[in-house]
Design a protein around this ligand. Sequence first.
Ligand code: SAM
Ligand code: DTB
Ligand code: SF4
Length: 332
Amino acid sequence: MAIATETRIASHPVQMGRGPRHDWTRAEIAAIFEQPLNDLIFQAQTVHRQYFDPNEVQMSTLLSVKTGGCPEDCAYCPQSIHNETGVQAEKLMQVDTVLAEARLARDAGATRYCMGAAWRSPKDRDMDAICDMIRGVRALGMETCVTLGMLTPGQTEKLREAGLDYYNHNLDTSEEFYGEIITTRTYQDRLDTLGHVRDAGINVCCGGIVGMGEQREDRVGMLTTLATLPKHPESVPINMLVKVEGTPVDDEADLDPLEFVRMIATARIVMPESMVRLSAGRETMTDELQALCFLAGANSIFVGPKLLTTDNPGRDRDDALFDRLGISPMPL
Ligand code: SAM
Ligand code: DTB
Ligand code: SF4
């Protein structure tokens, strides 16, 4: 006899009257991740509809304001000096140039502007220019996000005073697998910066990358760390590794796309109030795979032809995708 769907669905994401759960165990999240795909997507879409309009997707645009020459040894990253990828090191961009780019992104429909710098951590002397960029982008009527590496509490405070809305700082993978990917900083370093960002009252954008040779238990492990933070990150970017020639992970086998969908769906279920971003990797995804990601609860993407240094689908393709799916941009 068929078992009723309700009885087969693993743990419930919401405690009655108490909002999202923060006491997930790794075993509970593994059980969600591993259930039959139809059950997983049904559960994710059910949760999604309790919190969001299922036909709206938020659009952010990225700009690399300081490219290349980074001293960290992140195995996936084209901007590390340890990886020979042909990315040229550049200086921090001029504030006016950044604001001209931001205006174009706003006019193309982006509601959040994310500025990334290839730094281990910012130098105090760079903070004034970064704060001017934040103030300028806010004045254009967009939300602001920056990702600058590790921060001190003092730097976090400066960003807050400039009106920063979000700080992106990814855990990238599980604590166990982290040392296989990065040796120049620790998982705890990442958690410390995330704590400073929270303490300053800035929204947190934190997620990771799949397809770097990690196991499913690492994917579950990263989601467990995120979903048991005292406050869930307001944005959770899930990146499919963009394989860049010259990085140590450039010959990794392609990840099963349905494993990526499981990652999105599980993130949606265990962090029901968060924006889950279908982040890097869309350039090589079919429309059908992206549609499945939206069905699994992704409700944010990067728009514009470039991520930081790699390609992203152009606006024409994204407009056609939204048309095909009946999706509209999420208003601010
Ligand atoms: N340097 C800062 C840091 O690492 O925190 C900020 C910029 S860094 C490029 C931002 C994020 O981009 C990384 O944490 C990683 O998740 C993502 N990323 C970098 N290279 C990637 C790639 N090849 N594929 C997918 N995501 C990537
Ligand atoms: C995030 O999680 N993904 C974005 C953003 N945060 C900064 C970056 C993706 C970078 C992909 C590789 C590149 O274009 O250099
Ligand atoms: Fe540097 Fe960030 Fe790239 Fe790591 S991910 S090498 S810290 S730019």
